[in-house]
Ligand binder design. Structure first.
Ligand SMILES: CC(C)(COP(=O)(O)OP(=O)(O)OC[C@H]1O[C@@H](n2cnc3c(N)ncnc32)[C@H](O)[C@@H]1OP(=O)(O)O)[C@@H](O)C(=O)NCCC(=O)NCCS
Length: 148
């Protein structure tokens, strides 16, 4: 697996994965806005060899003082359960640590079993529940955190 910082040239590939990953996908403008923020990092994963070296996953995080906030993560459906998300996290955490981050946090929907299992396997723990956090479905958000 190869990792790189993403930019506008990667937008189409990211948006295509986003559309296949979420019932309420981020519009392209959201990703473009992230590319322009100094506190925001978008990492993309590609297979090390072959298949046109296309993007197969991405992770977006902010570093704010000593906190890392994970905003978005998705892996192309054809490449799931191969450790791509786990490796994206390893790469993102390495970068966040090098910027002085000591804790990480994220939000997840209670219904997202795959993501919850992933975060549990990565050592995230429940910090609190935000009631009716998601505008689209009215679902609560679980706020998970871990030390880096
Ligand atoms: C959640 C998601 C990013 C996981 O990506 P992935 O590359 O398939 O995850 P990995 O292969 O790195 O899995 C690592 C671990 O997470 C857990 N996990 C991942 N997917 C799982 C699933 N569908 N069911 C149960 N556990 C799962 C397992 O513990 C897994 O380890 P294992 O394969 O050795 O059992 C992917 O399913 C996805 O893109 N989903 C749609 C978008 C999304 O929900 N993003 C997160 C928003 S909070």
């Amino acid at each position: 697996m190869a990792f790189a910082l993403a930019g506008p040239a990667d937008l189409a590939a990211i948006v295509a994965i986003e559309a296949r990953s979420f019932p309420f996908p981020w519009p392209p403008e959201f990703f473009l806005a992230e590319f322009g923020q100094p506190h925001s990092t978008t990492i993309v994963a590609r297979p090390a060899v072959g298949e046109d070296h296309q993007i197969i996953g991405y992770l977006i995080f902010w570093t704010l003082f000593d906190e890392m906030h994970i905003l978005n993560l998705a892996v192309h459906p054809s490449y799931r359960r191969r450790g791509v998300a786990r490796q994206l996290f390893t790469e993102a955490i390495r970068r966040a640590r090098s910027r002085g981050c000591q804790t990480a946090w994220l939000e997840v929907r209670p219904s997202n079993e795959a993501a919850r299992q992933l975060y549990q396997s990565l050592g995230f723990q429940l910090l609190m529940t935000r009631k009716r956090y998601y505008d689209d479905t009215g679902e609560d958000a679980l706020i998970l955190t871990r030390q880096l």
